[in-house]
Design a protein around this ligand. Structure first.
Ligand code: GUN
Length: 171
């Protein structure tokens, strides 16, 4: 059983194994947060994880953003997402798109990637598909710096919900 107390007691490798998935394909965030234990509660742990991400070099932050799959993208179509991503995309209804909706997602994903060099990130569990499409359209004209910061903010929300799942399941 995993409680916050037992999380605080884990050695570095076990801590990283338990929390590595909170940031997509980027266990270094958990690994580099471990020295700041003990964590008082889930909010404190989340804040420290986010501080690790925010203080990383921009190239590392960019790699983290790029580790995210496109919404309704090629990996989703081929069932090649992580378990968390599969659940997140399904919660927004992205696994039940019409052909026209799918084409619209693909058009916007391609345009966004071409403009910014990284995929569009929004916390899929907090947005239904219509809100996601509207946000993609609204964010396309933004500046790269604005979008980079927006992506990190959305990644913090994704990690927060993943952490809640973990603690709810195991507390
Ligand atoms: N890409 C854009 N949004 C999301 C999200 O909420 N979860 C995952 N895994 N990938 C994303």
């Amino acid at each position: 059983m995993l409680t916050l107390d037992s999380l605080n007691a884990l050695d570095r490798a076990a801590f990283t194994a338990a929390l590595g998935h909170l940031f997509e394909h980027s266990p270094w965030v958990a690994d580099e947060t471990w020295p700041r234990r003990p964590f008082r509660d889930a909010a404190h742990l989340h804040a420290e994880l986010c501080a690790t991400m925010r203080s990383a070099a921009p190239a590392r932050q960019l790699a983290l953003i790029r580790a995210h799959p496109d919404l309704a993208g090629r990996l989703a179509q081929h069932n090649a997402l992580t378990a968390e991503s599969t659940r997140e995309q399904a919660s927004a209804g992205l696994n039940r798109l019409t052909d026209a909706e799918l084409a619209e997602f693909q058009r916007l994903n391609t345009a966004y990637l071409a403009r910014f060099g990284f995929p569009f990130i929004i916390c899929a569990r907090l947005n239904a598909k219509s809100a996601i499409l509207a946000a993609m359209t609204a964010r396309l004209p933004q500046t790269p710096a604005y979008e980079f910061t927006s992506a990190l903010g959305e990644i913090e929300k994704i990690a927060h919900l993943r952490l809640n799942d973990l603690l709810e399941k195991t507390l």
